[in-house]
Design a protein. Structure first.
Length: 333
């Protein structure tokens, strides 16, 4: 059997098409795409309804918010940073550890995208959580959209089980401080399905009675709940990735007594606080992750909230660098 020139060209074209398809499949396997898991699979898998209580000893209660460390592998190299020797995942762990020492918080909230669909979930979670475990400060974790992805070695049940075991609180949950004067709500919003929150989670929040007389409430989500339109303090360096929040979520937030702020992440280079069109105060935490996308001009960072017993709330950002710096200390209205 022999090929004519035309048949030979067709054969080569066929092989090229097969090669391109093969490489695409291999590429999809090697790199985590931004997949979402179906609403039905997600419903009911993430825990909700746990509460934790802490005393309010001092004049101020301090919360450190860390967001989007997004560790895929402990071997990853840094992205979007000015030259740092041997920069990698350990820089993320080091920053988290330093931020805790620098701010000495009473409670830490990690608002999602702890990892990025890792094939070694234990080591990836370890890079983020070990500094927290070592600090002995109680902490809460909520999922972001990258914590559960199709190519991750763990599915959402396994990741949730791991986080529930390690964190003080995981999923939609509540921290009560003092005798309920201050309540902090963690809300698992949109981690797998853009624009969706489990109605059972919202019902649990709305039916809560122990925080009805709170003098101050704070809420934390992974995704921004709305656009920030006015009173901007800080910078918005990328478009706000705002999956249209369900009205039930916004209604639930408005029902929280004396809600001072909704803290979120997801957009790594947005660092601002501001007011949403319907009057909520929202703040970004920036990103703590060195091996995920960022901006050379935006340091890796975290956010602090100081709540005083007269219910005034102040915030500032903690920037990583040769030494840590705090910036934009201001009161939330
Ligand atoms: Zn995200």
């Amino acid at each position: 059997m022999f090929f004519t020139p035309a048949a030979s060209k067709r054969a080569v074209a066929g092989w090229l098409v097969a090669l391109v398809i093969g490489l695409s499949v291999l590429g999809a396997f090697l790199h985590c795409s931004d997949n979402v898991i179906s609403r039905n699979r997600y419903a009911g898998t993430v825990p909700y309804g746990s509460s934790f209580w802490l005393p309010w000893h001092h004049q101020q209660f301090r919360i450190l918010q860390i967001s989007d460390p997004q560790v895929e592998s402990v071997w990853d190299k840094c992205k979007d940073v000015d030259s740092i020797h041997h920069c990698g995942t350990h820089n993320t762990s080091r920053f988290i550890s330093r931020a805790i020492s620098f701010t000495n918080p009473d409670f830490v909230v990690v608002t999602g995208d702890l990892v990025f669909g890792p094939r070694s979930p234990v080591s990836a979670f370890q890079a983020v959580l070990l500094p927290l475990d070592r600090s002995s400060v109680p902490y809460a974790t909520i999922f972001g959209n990258h914590d559960v992805q199709r190519c991750s070695k763990w599915d959402e049940h396994e990741s949730a089980a791991h986080l529930r075991q390690r964190s003080t609180l995981h999923g939609t949950s509540k921290l009560m401080v003092g005798n309920g004067q201050l309540c902090v709500w963690m809300i698992d919003y949109s981690h797998t399905y853009a624009g969706w929150v489990n109605p059972a989670h919202l019902a649990w929040i709305r039916n809560d009675s122990s925080c009805r007389n709170a003098g101050a409430s704070l809420a934390f989500t992974h995704f921004p709940v709305a656009l920030l339109r006015s009173n901007i303090v800080g910078s918005l360096n990328e478009p706000i990735d705002w999956p249209r929040a369900p009205s039930e979520l916004l209604q639930t937030l408005h029902l929280l007594p004396s809600l001072k702020v909704v803290g979120f992440g997801h957009d790594h280079t947005n660092t601002a606080c501001g007011t949403t069109p319907d009057g909520l105060t929202g703040c970004y935490a920036g990103s703590a992750g060195y091996t995920t996308y960022g901006d050379r001009n935006v340091p890796r960072q975290a956010r602090v909230y100081d709540i005083y017993k007269n219910y005034r709330v102040f915030t500032f950002r903690v920037l990583d660098g040769q030494s840590l710096q705090s910036t934009e200390y201001h009161e939330l209205q």
